[in-house]
Design a protein around this ligand. Sequence first.
Ligand code: GLY
Length: 405
Amino acid sequence: MYGIDTNMTSERTNTAFRSASAPLFSRRLPQHQQALDRCVVRLRETLAIDGLRNPKIGRADFSWTYCGASDWVMGFRAGQLWLAYQLSGDAAFANSAAARKAALNAILQTKAYQDHDLGFQFSLSCVAEWVMTGNMHARDMALRAADALRARFDPSGNYIQAWSPVSPTTPERSHFVSGRIIADSMENLPLLYWAWRETANADFKYVADAHAATVARHIVRPDGSSFHCFIFDPVTGQPLRGETHQGYSHTSCWSRGQAWLIHGFAQCYLYTGEAWFLDTARLLAAKAEQFLGDKKVPPWDYCLPAEVEAFRDSSAGAITAAGVYLIASACSDENEAERWRGLADRLMEGLLEQCDLTTHAEAHGFLDHGASYVHAGLTRAMLPYGDYYFMEALMRSLGHNQFFW
Ligand code: GLY
């Protein structure tokens, strides 16, 4: 295993065996550094408790329930572990992350397990392992996942379909998923851009660019708010209507969807250098800032009527903060960068003041108050993606710039 047996790596100098990475620049934010240190300690403490199980959603006692064979959140624990390895150089994190490939391999071998979330699943696990160790098997798995994601592209409507029918015997599900795209998809595109860079096969970029353009046209509204979903005629590709699935209503703005879009468009900019991607991320972030008003943690939906309970969604806060730091890092104008860092810092303040569990000795995760799916009664829990983006945001805030997207 890492640090003991290097047979798993080949054909590339293994940069990860160097000592822990240092940030590119240093902001004097001891609260962020201390919180990040606590995340690494928490991960070390829970290695033996969680084993190779991947957290799905927190229980009321702040322990975890775990993913089944094909859950979209399967990669977030691996992502946390690779970040912890990067920060600490501790091989225990790398070994635990790398050993999760067996479960991911089952997704590659089982078409029924696959949907557009191959990006979430494989960027933070297999791409991360390739980046950190040069493991060719991890690279190969990530490329196979990218191929499967690219194959979901529908050229008639220029989109990657989000979800899959469960089986031919569930016609309602087939009707529901057909022609549907969702905001979350923007975080799956980095796998395609990575595959394009890795192989020089322009098809990967073509599909990612085309899907992003479709999302910008139909999911992002002109005022910078967003639909969660958009529906196309699956036969003709004709655009039909915006909808929601996890937000309050078809015309509201689900805060985690807005967060996926902010982070996703900023990532597209980093890969392509095309200015319109950054402009779209700016538009979405400015709208989130306006929606937030004086709040520091987003409500689960930004457009709730007064009579509906405004559960906080710490995951939306963490994803938005990571995305806004990313925007700041892409700005050439220092005043503009400072403005975005100010917004992200405020979101982090909210998470640290209202949701931080890293100081709570009994908790197995990092953040309370994640609203995974309010319509299903899932209004307050630890979430592995909230935790992953909390780490990413803390690292971006402190000047780190190696991530696996
Ligand atoms: N990608 C699903 C969610 O954000 O809940």
